[in-house]
Design a protein around this ligand. Sequence first.
Ligand code: PMP
Length: 373
Amino acid sequence: MSFGIDDLPVRDELRGKSPYGAPQLDVPVRLNTNENPYPLPEPLVERITERVREAARDLNRYPDRDAVQLRTELAKYLTKTGDHPLSIENVWAANGSNEVIQQLLQTFGGPGRSAIGFEPSYSMHALISRGTGTRWISGPRDEDFTLDVEAASAAIAEHKPDVVFITTPNNPTGNAVPPETVLALYEAAQTAKAATAGAIVVVDEAYIEFSHGASLLPLLEGRPNLVVSRTMSKAFGAAGLRLGYLAAHPAVVDAVQLVRLPYHLSAITQATALAALEHTDTLLKYVEQLKAERDRLVAELRAAGFEVTESDANFVQFGRFEEPHAVWQKILDRGVLVRDNGVPGFLRVSAGTPEENDAFLDAVREVKKELDA
Ligand code: PMP
């Protein structure tokens, strides 16, 4: 046996665990990681090149540690689209919303503290909790994948978590959480932790631009323990950029400064993100196209006899399969990569271009025929 992880003095809670690992396979149609299928438009590519060239001239210096220009532009974007006025003091940015979540857990979680999410949900909430020494609590979700306010509130009352994750639209199931539910869980979390300064409630809105409903940003008013996290990886079609951000009370933004690494956001990242923000109108047009394709996937999958979870995201959860992984393989054998998130009975497909979605629908109809035969 060769020398491996277990021979190293790694932390006990990491022993025997697996890293995040959505397969990156080279197949014709890749619909497994909820990326935007459209490459950035050429005028934006030009603008990025210009801005990066400018930034390159100053690379001998550290970047703006506080990302002032970028946070100002993000605040403007949120104010314009989120129906809630925000300014730079309310906004913080990092390398992907995964890093935002990590900074939040480093600040408000950590050893001796706990975080809860309502599963199945975004697996990185649990993994980043583990990585930051925060105890993870798996909260309940209904059979139909909606959030049951009573059951979720009871779990919060029982475990008194320091951090509560609510993902809306939820990944991998696709459904959105109504604002009343978020408000009820916020109250439950504050009541459970009334003896201290309350609990931080993180609303993960990575997919909100694809939703039929509105953002929960207006709920920030008067709720200093609420945080909304966002990303440019999905709606902005810039997963390769690694830019995530949050909106919250200015005190939350001050608090995450305690754990962020100095100069965490490179000058190249800041320049690229600023260029993308100049083109939001064009980028959001692709979102409309993707929403229509998402709705088509839901309708056609249902027409083909599949059980489909309501989707407000750029992906769709479909089933029910006795052996989802075997079905995943059969779809892959037809050149289409979808995702097996380990949800019993279900698989997930990201909305691609109309051609990619057609290829997926053809493949999945063929597989169904085979399974029904
Ligand atoms: N939140 C959710 C719900 C996600 O699905 C993802 C990406 N799959 C992220 C956060 C992280 O995205 P990123 O780090 O690219 O911003």
